[in-house]
Write a protein that binds this ligand. Sequence first.
Ligand code: SF4
Ligand code: SF4
Length: 504
Amino acid sequence: MGFGMSDMPLLSAILGELIFLVLLWTAWVSRREGEPQASVRLGLISITVLVVFLLPIFLPMGVGRWLATLLVLAVIVGALVFLFPFPGGGLIRLGEPVPGVDERDVMFSRATLVPGTERFDEYYRSHPHLRGPDDGFRAEPGLLSPDSAHFHREGFAAADAAFWTIELLRPFVEGGESGWEEGDPSESPTEKDGTPDQTATKLGGEVVREGAEKGRVSRDPAEMSRFLKEWTLKMGAHSVGITALRAHHLYTTVGRGPEYGSPVELDHTFAMALTVEMDKEMVDRAPKSPTAMESALQYLRGGVMAVQVADLIRRLGYSARAHVDGHYRVICPLVAKDAGLGEFGRMGLLMTPRLGPRVRIAVVTTNLPLSVDEPAPDPTVVDFCSRCKKCAECCPSRAISFEEPQEDGNGVLRWRIDHEACFTLWGRLGTDCARCMAVCPYSHPDNAMHSLVRWGIRRNALLRSAALAMDDALYGRRPQPREELEWMRFTESEAKLERKNTRE
Ligand code: SF4
Ligand code: SF4
Protein backbone atom coordinates (compact mmCIF):
# COMPACT_ATOMS: atom_id res chain seq x y z
CA MET A 1 0.00 0.00 0.00
CA GLY A 2 1.73 3.23 -1.16
CA PHE A 3 1.59 6.75 0.17
CA GLY A 4 -0.44 9.09 -2.02
CA MET A 5 -2.15 12.46 -2.20
CA SER A 6 -5.10 11.03 -0.33
CA ASP A 7 -2.90 10.58 2.76
CA MET A 8 -1.76 14.19 2.79
CA PRO A 9 -4.49 15.49 5.12
CA LEU A 10 -3.57 12.81 7.66
CA LEU A 11 0.15 13.62 7.37
CA SER A 12 -0.67 17.31 7.75
CA ALA A 13 -2.67 16.56 10.91
CA ILE A 14 0.16 14.50 12.41
CA LEU A 15 2.74 17.20 11.63
CA GLY A 16 0.39 19.86 13.00
CA GLU A 17 0.05 18.01 16.28
CA LEU A 18 3.80 17.58 16.58
CA ILE A 19 4.45 21.27 15.90
CA PHE A 20 1.65 22.17 18.30
CA LEU A 21 3.32 20.16 21.07
CA VAL A 22 6.71 21.76 20.40
CA LEU A 23 5.21 25.25 20.42
CA LEU A 24 3.25 24.46 23.57
CA TRP A 25 6.52 23.42 25.19
CA THR A 26 8.12 26.75 24.18
CA ALA A 27 5.12 28.59 25.67
CA TRP A 28 5.61 26.70 28.92
CA VAL A 29 9.36 27.42 28.93
CA SER A 30 8.65 31.13 28.34
CA ARG A 31 6.20 31.12 31.23
CA ARG A 32 8.87 29.65 33.48
CA GLU A 33 11.32 32.28 32.25
CA GLY A 34 8.94 34.96 33.48
CA GLU A 35 8.04 36.08 29.94
CA PRO A 36 4.20 36.12 30.05
CA GLN A 37 3.84 38.03 26.78
CA ALA A 38 6.01 35.56 24.86
CA SER A 39 4.23 32.66 26.55
CA VAL A 40 0.76 33.87 25.57
CA ARG A 41 1.83 34.62 22.01
CA LEU A 42 3.48 31.21 21.62
CA GLY A 43 0.34 29.61 23.01
CA LEU A 44 -1.81 31.44 20.45
CA ILE A 45 0.58 30.53 17.63
CA SER A 46 0.52 26.88 18.69
CA ILE A 47 -3.31 26.78 18.57
CA THR A 48 -3.36 28.56 15.21
CA VAL A 49 -0.87 26.08 13.78
CA LEU A 50 -2.92 23.15 15.05
CA VAL A 51 -6.12 24.51 13.51
CA VAL A 52 -4.48 25.24 10.15
CA PHE A 53 -2.84 21.81 9.92
CA LEU A 54 -6.04 20.00 10.90
CA LEU A 55 -8.14 22.02 8.46
CA PRO A 56 -7.48 19.82 5.36
CA ILE A 57 -9.27 16.92 7.05
CA PHE A 58 -12.47 18.95 7.24
CA LEU A 59 -12.31 20.58 3.80
CA PRO A 60 -13.73 19.06 0.60
CA MET A 61 -11.37 16.33 -0.58
CA GLY A 62 -9.70 18.16 -3.50
CA VAL A 63 -9.07 21.44 -1.68
CA GLY A 64 -8.08 19.60 1.47
CA ARG A 65 -5.44 17.53 -0.31
CA TRP A 66 -3.90 20.57 -1.98
CA LEU A 67 -3.78 22.57 1.22
CA ALA A 68 -2.30 19.59 3.08
CA THR A 69 0.35 19.17 0.38
CA LEU A 70 1.28 22.85 0.64
CA LEU A 71 1.54 22.64 4.41
CA VAL A 72 3.66 19.47 4.33
CA LEU A 73 5.95 21.06 1.73
CA ALA A 74 6.27 24.17 3.92
CA VAL A 75 7.34 21.99 6.84
CA ILE A 76 9.89 20.15 4.67
CA VAL A 77 11.37 23.43 3.39
CA GLY A 78 11.47 24.82 6.94
CA ALA A 79 13.25 21.71 8.20
CA LEU A 80 15.78 21.87 5.34
CA VAL A 81 16.48 25.54 6.07
CA PHE A 82 16.96 24.70 9.73
CA LEU A 83 19.14 21.65 9.21
CA PHE A 84 21.36 22.66 6.32
CA PRO A 85 24.19 25.19 6.76
CA PHE A 86 23.88 28.40 4.79
CA PRO A 87 26.41 30.92 6.12
CA GLY A 88 25.36 33.70 3.69
CA GLY A 89 24.52 37.17 4.81
CA GLY A 90 27.75 39.03 3.95
CA LEU A 91 29.66 37.75 6.97
CA ILE A 92 32.11 40.29 8.36
CA ARG A 93 35.31 39.67 10.32
CA LEU A 94 36.13 42.54 12.61
CA GLY A 95 39.91 42.04 12.65
CA GLU A 96 42.54 42.16 15.34
CA PRO A 97 42.98 45.25 17.52
CA VAL A 98 46.31 47.05 17.62
CA PRO A 99 48.25 47.61 20.84
CA GLY A 100 48.42 50.96 22.60
CA VAL A 101 45.40 51.52 24.86
CA ASP A 102 46.22 53.80 27.79
CA GLU A 103 44.00 52.91 30.75
CA ARG A 104 43.97 56.58 31.79
CA ASP A 105 41.75 57.22 28.76
CA VAL A 106 38.96 54.85 29.75
CA MET A 107 35.87 56.35 31.36
CA PHE A 108 36.40 54.64 34.70
CA SER A 109 39.82 56.22 35.03
CA ARG A 110 38.67 59.67 33.88
CA ALA A 111 35.82 59.48 36.41
CA THR A 112 38.38 59.29 39.23
CA LEU A 113 40.01 62.62 38.26
CA VAL A 114 39.29 65.27 40.89
CA PRO A 115 38.92 68.90 39.74
CA GLY A 116 41.57 71.15 41.20
CA THR A 117 44.21 68.42 41.45
CA GLU A 118 47.43 68.37 39.49
CA ARG A 119 46.47 65.04 37.90
CA PHE A 120 43.18 66.50 36.68
CA ASP A 121 44.82 69.58 35.15
CA GLU A 122 47.58 67.56 33.57
CA TYR A 123 45.15 65.09 31.98
CA TYR A 124 42.91 67.72 30.41
CA ARG A 125 45.91 69.79 29.25
CA SER A 126 46.85 66.86 27.06
CA HIS A 127 43.23 65.86 26.27
CA PRO A 128 41.37 69.19 25.95
CA HIS A 129 38.71 67.66 23.66
CA LEU A 130 37.55 65.40 26.52
CA ARG A 131 37.05 68.15 29.07
CA GLY A 132 33.54 69.10 27.86
CA PRO A 133 32.09 65.57 27.71
CA ASP A 134 33.72 64.67 31.03
CA ASP A 135 32.33 67.76 32.74
CA GLY A 136 28.96 66.47 31.49
CA PHE A 137 29.16 63.24 33.49
CA ARG A 138 30.67 65.07 36.47
CA ALA A 139 27.54 67.23 36.61
CA GLU A 140 25.41 64.12 37.21
CA PRO A 141 24.85 62.66 40.69
CA GLY A 142 27.06 59.65 39.89
CA LEU A 143 27.03 55.87 40.15
CA LEU A 144 25.24 54.57 43.27
CA SER A 145 24.53 58.15 44.34
CA PRO A 146 21.55 58.83 46.66
CA ASP A 147 20.54 61.68 44.32
CA SER A 148 20.37 59.49 41.23
CA ALA A 149 17.15 58.54 39.44
CA HIS A 150 17.10 54.87 40.45
CA PHE A 151 18.35 55.25 43.98
CA HIS A 152 17.37 52.23 46.07
CA ARG A 153 18.89 52.43 49.48
CA GLU A 154 19.30 48.70 50.12
CA GLY A 155 20.10 47.83 46.52
CA PHE A 156 22.81 50.46 46.21
CA ALA A 157 24.19 49.45 49.60
CA ALA A 158 24.41 45.85 48.35
CA ALA A 159 26.23 46.91 45.19
CA ASP A 160 28.55 49.18 47.13
CA ALA A 161 29.35 46.40 49.58
CA ALA A 162 30.28 44.10 46.70
CA PHE A 163 32.60 46.76 45.20
CA TRP A 164 34.10 47.33 48.66
CA THR A 165 34.78 43.60 48.94
CA ILE A 166 36.45 43.64 45.53
CA GLU A 167 38.79 46.32 46.89
CA LEU A 168 39.79 43.88 49.63
CA LEU A 169 41.10 41.61 46.87
CA ARG A 170 43.55 44.23 45.60
CA PRO A 171 46.47 43.29 47.86
CA PHE A 172 46.20 39.71 46.64
CA VAL A 173 46.10 40.17 42.88
CA GLU A 174 49.88 39.97 42.54
CA GLY A 175 50.52 37.82 45.57
CA GLY A 176 53.95 38.14 47.11
CA GLU A 177 55.29 35.78 49.69
CA SER A 178 52.74 36.58 52.37
CA GLY A 179 49.74 36.91 50.10
CA TRP A 180 49.75 40.66 49.52
CA GLU A 181 51.84 43.04 47.48
CA GLU A 182 55.44 43.06 48.54
CA GLY A 183 57.08 46.16 49.95
CA ASP A 184 54.14 47.83 51.66
CA PRO A 185 53.10 45.97 54.79
CA SER A 186 51.10 48.96 56.00
CA GLU A 187 48.67 48.32 53.14
CA SER A 188 47.95 44.75 54.10
CA PRO A 189 44.25 44.32 54.85
CA THR A 190 45.19 42.43 58.02
CA GLU A 191 46.72 45.53 59.52
CA LYS A 192 44.66 48.21 57.86
CA ASP A 193 41.18 46.73 57.95
CA GLY A 194 41.50 44.13 60.67
CA THR A 195 40.66 41.27 58.31
CA PRO A 196 40.64 38.16 60.52
CA ASP A 197 42.66 36.16 58.04
CA GLN A 198 46.14 36.08 59.51
CA THR A 199 46.31 32.32 59.92
CA ALA A 200 45.20 31.56 56.39
CA THR A 201 47.52 34.18 54.94
CA LYS A 202 50.49 32.92 56.94
CA LEU A 203 49.72 29.38 55.96
CA GLY A 204 49.57 30.50 52.35
CA GLY A 205 53.02 32.07 52.71
CA GLU A 206 54.48 28.90 54.14
CA VAL A 207 53.05 26.74 51.40
CA VAL A 208 54.39 29.13 48.77
CA ARG A 209 57.85 29.15 50.40
CA GLU A 210 57.80 25.38 50.66
CA GLY A 211 56.79 25.10 47.02
CA ALA A 212 59.56 27.44 45.93
CA GLU A 213 62.12 25.42 47.90
CA LYS A 214 60.98 22.20 46.27
CA GLY A 215 61.17 23.83 42.85
CA ARG A 216 58.47 24.48 40.29
CA VAL A 217 55.90 21.91 39.55
CA SER A 218 56.44 20.76 35.99
CA ARG A 219 53.46 19.35 34.16
CA ASP A 220 52.32 18.82 30.64
CA PRO A 221 50.81 22.20 29.59
CA ALA A 222 47.69 20.55 28.21
CA GLU A 223 47.06 18.66 31.44
CA MET A 224 47.75 21.71 33.56
CA SER A 225 45.36 23.76 31.40
CA ARG A 226 42.68 21.14 31.76
CA PHE A 227 43.15 21.11 35.53
CA LEU A 228 42.91 24.90 35.84
CA LYS A 229 39.88 25.11 33.60
CA GLU A 230 38.00 22.33 35.35
CA TRP A 231 38.76 23.78 38.75
CA THR A 232 37.64 27.24 37.67
CA LEU A 233 34.41 25.84 36.23
CA LYS A 234 33.94 23.96 39.49
CA MET A 235 34.26 27.28 41.32
CA GLY A 236 31.29 28.51 39.30
CA ALA A 237 32.71 30.08 36.14
CA HIS A 238 30.49 29.89 33.07
CA SER A 239 33.35 29.49 30.59
CA VAL A 240 37.16 29.47 30.65
CA GLY A 241 39.71 29.87 27.86
CA ILE A 242 43.45 30.31 27.51
CA THR A 243 45.45 32.40 25.06
CA ALA A 244 49.04 33.47 24.60
CA LEU A 245 49.38 36.94 26.15
CA ARG A 246 49.76 39.41 23.30
CA ALA A 247 50.72 43.07 23.07
CA HIS A 248 47.22 44.28 22.25
CA HIS A 249 45.87 42.66 25.42
CA LEU A 250 47.91 45.01 27.61
CA TYR A 251 47.18 48.55 28.66
CA THR A 252 50.22 50.72 28.09
CA THR A 253 49.78 52.72 31.31
CA VAL A 254 47.98 52.11 34.58
CA GLY A 255 44.87 54.29 34.91
CA ARG A 256 43.47 53.35 38.30
CA GLY A 257 44.73 52.71 41.81
CA PRO A 258 47.96 53.68 43.53
CA GLU A 259 50.10 52.96 40.45
CA TYR A 260 48.24 55.49 38.27
CA GLY A 261 50.53 56.71 35.51
CA SER A 262 53.04 53.84 35.76
CA PRO A 263 53.85 51.93 32.61
CA VAL A 264 52.31 48.46 32.52
CA GLU A 265 55.02 45.85 32.85
CA LEU A 266 53.93 42.28 32.68
CA ASP A 267 56.34 39.59 31.56
CA HIS A 268 53.77 36.81 31.54
CA THR A 269 53.31 34.58 28.55
CA PHE A 270 49.78 33.22 28.97
CA ALA A 271 46.39 34.55 29.98
CA MET A 272 43.39 32.61 31.20
CA ALA A 273 40.04 34.38 30.84
CA LEU A 274 36.94 33.34 32.72
CA THR A 275 33.36 34.48 32.44
CA VAL A 276 30.67 34.43 35.09
CA GLU A 277 26.96 34.59 34.33
CA MET A 278 24.86 37.61 35.23
CA ASP A 279 21.46 36.54 36.48
CA LYS A 280 18.77 37.14 33.86
CA GLU A 281 16.12 38.02 36.46
CA MET A 282 18.33 40.83 37.76
CA VAL A 283 19.46 42.05 34.34
CA ASP A 284 15.85 42.22 33.15
CA ARG A 285 15.25 44.97 35.74
CA ALA A 286 17.78 47.19 33.96
CA PRO A 287 18.27 50.09 34.32
CA LYS A 288 17.03 49.85 37.92
CA SER A 289 19.15 48.94 40.91
CA PRO A 290 19.12 45.11 40.53
CA THR A 291 21.34 45.42 37.48
CA ALA A 292 23.96 47.37 39.45
CA MET A 293 23.76 44.83 42.28
CA GLU A 294 24.23 41.99 39.82
CA SER A 295 27.13 43.69 38.04
CA ALA A 296 28.96 44.29 41.29
CA LEU A 297 28.26 40.79 42.53
CA GLN A 298 29.55 39.13 39.39
CA TYR A 299 32.65 41.32 39.22
CA LEU A 300 33.30 40.12 42.74
CA ARG A 301 32.64 36.45 41.96
CA GLY A 302 34.89 36.58 38.90
CA GLY A 303 37.52 38.44 40.90
CA VAL A 304 37.51 35.91 43.73
CA MET A 305 37.96 33.08 41.22
CA ALA A 306 40.80 34.89 39.46
CA VAL A 307 42.59 35.65 42.74
CA GLN A 308 42.30 32.01 43.79
CA VAL A 309 43.61 30.70 40.48
CA ALA A 310 46.53 33.16 40.55
CA ASP A 311 47.37 32.09 44.09
CA LEU A 312 47.11 28.43 43.14
CA ILE A 313 49.59 28.99 40.30
CA ARG A 314 52.00 30.83 42.58
CA ARG A 315 51.90 27.90 44.96
CA LEU A 316 53.19 25.78 42.08
CA GLY A 317 56.23 28.03 41.84
CA TYR A 318 55.20 30.32 38.96
CA SER A 319 54.35 33.97 38.73
CA ALA A 320 50.70 34.93 38.26
CA ARG A 321 48.50 38.01 38.48
CA ALA A 322 44.74 38.27 38.82
CA HIS A 323 43.07 41.05 36.84
CA VAL A 324 39.93 42.07 38.72
CA ASP A 325 37.60 45.04 38.58
CA GLY A 326 39.51 48.29 39.11
CA HIS A 327 42.89 46.55 39.04
CA TYR A 328 43.43 45.56 35.47
CA ARG A 329 46.64 45.51 33.50
CA VAL A 330 44.97 43.80 30.56
CA ILE A 331 41.84 44.55 28.56
CA CYS A 332 39.75 41.58 29.64
CA PRO A 333 37.32 41.36 26.69
CA LEU A 334 40.23 41.25 24.21
CA VAL A 335 41.85 38.44 26.17
CA ALA A 336 38.55 36.58 26.39
CA LYS A 337 37.97 36.89 22.66
CA ASP A 338 41.42 35.52 21.82
CA ALA A 339 40.87 32.74 24.35
CA GLY A 340 37.91 31.62 22.23
CA LEU A 341 35.16 32.77 24.60
CA GLY A 342 33.20 34.97 22.22
CA GLU A 343 32.97 37.73 19.63
CA PHE A 344 32.31 41.45 19.83
CA GLY A 345 28.83 42.64 19.03
CA ARG A 346 27.24 45.95 18.18
CA MET A 347 27.09 47.09 21.81
CA GLY A 348 30.85 46.60 22.15
CA LEU A 349 30.64 43.81 24.72
CA LEU A 350 31.91 40.26 24.37
CA MET A 351 29.09 38.08 23.04
CA THR A 352 29.49 34.57 24.40
CA PRO A 353 27.91 31.69 22.48
CA ARG A 354 25.51 30.63 25.26
CA LEU A 355 24.80 33.82 27.24
CA GLY A 356 25.56 36.57 24.75
CA PRO A 357 26.71 39.72 26.57
CA ARG A 358 25.21 38.61 29.91
CA VAL A 359 28.59 37.86 31.54
CA ARG A 360 31.39 39.52 33.47
CA ILE A 361 35.02 38.69 32.76
CA ALA A 362 38.13 38.26 34.89
CA VAL A 363 41.63 37.24 33.78
CA VAL A 364 44.71 35.57 35.23
CA THR A 365 48.08 36.08 33.55
CA THR A 366 51.03 33.83 34.26
CA ASN A 367 54.34 32.38 33.11
CA LEU A 368 53.13 28.86 33.85
CA PRO A 369 53.32 26.95 30.56
CA LEU A 370 49.78 26.31 29.33
CA SER A 371 48.18 25.13 26.14
CA VAL A 372 46.16 27.75 24.33
CA ASP A 373 42.67 27.58 22.90
CA GLU A 374 41.89 28.50 19.35
CA PRO A 375 40.23 31.90 19.01
CA ALA A 376 36.76 31.40 17.61
CA PRO A 377 35.92 34.53 15.62
CA ASP A 378 32.22 34.28 14.90
CA PRO A 379 31.15 36.32 11.88
CA THR A 380 27.60 35.06 12.36
CA VAL A 381 27.32 37.19 15.52
CA VAL A 382 28.52 40.20 13.56
CA ASP A 383 26.03 39.38 10.81
CA PHE A 384 23.19 39.03 13.31
CA CYS A 385 24.15 42.37 14.88
CA SER A 386 24.17 43.98 11.44
CA ARG A 387 20.50 43.04 11.07
CA CYS A 388 19.30 43.38 14.67
CA LYS A 389 20.13 46.88 16.06
CA LYS A 390 17.81 46.25 19.01
CA CYS A 391 20.36 47.48 21.54
CA ALA A 392 20.86 50.67 19.53
CA GLU A 393 17.10 51.29 19.44
CA CYS A 394 16.66 50.65 23.15
CA CYS A 395 19.74 52.54 24.37
CA PRO A 396 18.39 55.53 26.33
CA SER A 397 21.52 57.60 25.64
CA ARG A 398 21.80 56.74 21.95
CA ALA A 399 25.36 55.58 22.62
CA ILE A 400 25.21 52.57 20.30
CA SER A 401 25.72 52.98 16.58
CA PHE A 402 23.04 52.11 14.02
CA GLU A 403 25.68 52.03 11.27
CA GLU A 404 27.70 49.15 9.93
CA PRO A 405 31.03 48.53 11.72
CA GLN A 406 33.53 51.24 10.81
CA GLU A 407 37.28 51.09 10.24
CA ASP A 408 38.93 52.54 13.34
CA GLY A 409 41.99 54.01 11.61
CA ASN A 410 44.11 50.93 12.33
CA GLY A 411 42.51 48.64 9.80
CA VAL A 412 40.14 47.14 12.37
CA LEU A 413 36.38 47.16 11.92
CA ARG A 414 34.27 47.89 14.97
CA TRP A 415 31.05 49.43 16.08
CA ARG A 416 31.58 52.80 17.65
CA ILE A 417 30.19 53.33 21.13
CA ASP A 418 29.71 56.81 22.54
CA HIS A 419 31.27 56.00 25.92
CA GLU A 420 30.76 59.54 27.22
CA ALA A 421 27.01 59.45 26.52
CA CYS A 422 26.69 56.02 28.10
CA PHE A 423 28.67 56.95 31.22
CA THR A 424 26.83 60.24 31.64
CA LEU A 425 23.55 58.33 31.70
CA TRP A 426 24.96 55.96 34.30
CA GLY A 427 25.70 58.95 36.49
CA ARG A 428 22.12 60.18 36.09
CA LEU A 429 20.53 56.78 36.76
CA GLY A 430 22.96 55.76 39.50
CA THR A 431 23.29 52.29 37.94
CA ASP A 432 25.28 50.86 35.05
CA CYS A 433 22.07 50.87 32.98
CA ALA A 434 22.51 47.62 30.97
CA ARG A 435 19.35 48.11 28.90
CA CYS A 436 21.39 46.95 25.91
CA MET A 437 22.31 43.73 27.68
CA ALA A 438 18.73 43.14 28.84
CA VAL A 439 17.15 43.44 25.39
CA CYS A 440 19.79 41.57 23.38
CA PRO A 441 18.36 38.40 21.81
CA TYR A 442 21.59 36.59 22.71
CA SER A 443 20.93 37.27 26.41
CA HIS A 444 18.05 34.81 26.69
CA PRO A 445 18.55 32.01 29.22
CA ASP A 446 20.87 29.19 28.38
CA ASN A 447 18.27 26.44 28.01
CA ALA A 448 17.33 23.90 25.34
CA MET A 449 14.83 26.21 23.62
CA HIS A 450 17.19 29.15 23.14
CA SER A 451 20.19 26.88 22.48
CA LEU A 452 18.30 25.39 19.55
CA VAL A 453 17.74 28.88 18.14
CA ARG A 454 21.39 29.84 18.70
CA TRP A 455 22.52 26.65 16.97
CA GLY A 456 20.30 27.46 14.01
CA ILE A 457 21.38 31.07 13.60
CA ARG A 458 25.04 30.10 13.71
CA ARG A 459 24.48 27.83 10.73
CA ASN A 460 21.98 29.64 8.59
CA ALA A 461 21.63 33.26 7.48
CA LEU A 462 17.92 32.83 6.68
CA LEU A 463 17.29 31.71 10.22
CA ARG A 464 19.05 34.81 11.54
CA SER A 465 16.41 36.99 9.92
CA ALA A 466 13.62 34.64 10.99
CA ALA A 467 14.89 34.47 14.59
CA LEU A 468 15.13 38.24 14.79
CA ALA A 469 11.56 38.66 13.51
CA MET A 470 10.40 36.06 16.01
CA ASP A 471 12.27 37.76 18.86
CA ASP A 472 10.58 41.06 18.02
CA ALA A 473 7.17 39.40 17.77
CA LEU A 474 7.50 37.54 21.08
CA TYR A 475 9.39 39.95 23.31
CA GLY A 476 8.76 43.24 21.51
CA ARG A 477 11.06 45.47 19.51
CA ARG A 478 11.53 47.65 22.58
CA PRO A 479 10.98 45.41 25.59
CA GLN A 480 10.19 47.32 28.77
CA PRO A 481 12.10 46.77 32.02
CA ARG A 482 10.40 44.21 34.21
CA GLU A 483 8.75 45.44 37.38
CA GLU A 484 10.59 45.60 40.70
CA LEU A 485 11.52 42.29 42.30
CA GLU A 486 9.12 41.34 45.07
CA TRP A 487 11.87 40.95 47.66
CA MET A 488 13.22 44.42 46.90
CA ARG A 489 9.94 46.18 47.71
CA PHE A 490 9.52 47.87 51.05
CA THR A 491 6.31 49.10 52.59
CA GLU A 492 5.76 52.82 52.90
CA SER A 493 5.72 52.73 56.71
CA GLU A 494 9.12 51.02 56.74
CA ALA A 495 10.46 53.57 54.29
CA LYS A 496 9.24 56.40 56.52
CA LEU A 497 10.80 54.80 59.56
CA GLU A 498 13.98 54.38 57.57
CA ARG A 499 14.07 58.06 56.63
CA LYS A 500 13.36 59.01 60.26
CA ASN A 501 16.19 56.79 61.51
CA THR A 502 18.54 58.21 58.91
CA ARG A 503 17.76 61.78 59.98
CA GLU A 504 18.35 60.87 63.61
S1 SF4 B 1 20.90 43.62 20.65
FE1 SF4 B 1 21.13 42.86 18.58
S2 SF4 B 1 22.55 44.28 17.61
FE2 SF4 B 1 22.72 44.57 19.79
S3 SF4 B 1 24.42 43.25 20.41
FE3 SF4 B 1 22.52 42.07 20.70
S4 SF4 B 1 22.28 40.96 18.79
FE4 SF4 B 1 23.75 42.58 18.40
S1 SF4 C 1 24.55 50.63 29.17
FE1 SF4 C 1 22.67 51.80 28.67
S2 SF4 C 1 23.42 53.80 27.98
FE2 SF4 C 1 25.16 52.39 27.91
S3 SF4 C 1 25.18 51.58 25.83
FE3 SF4 C 1 23.97 50.14 27.07
S4 SF4 C 1 21.86 50.84 26.85
FE4 SF4 C 1 23.16 52.52 26.17
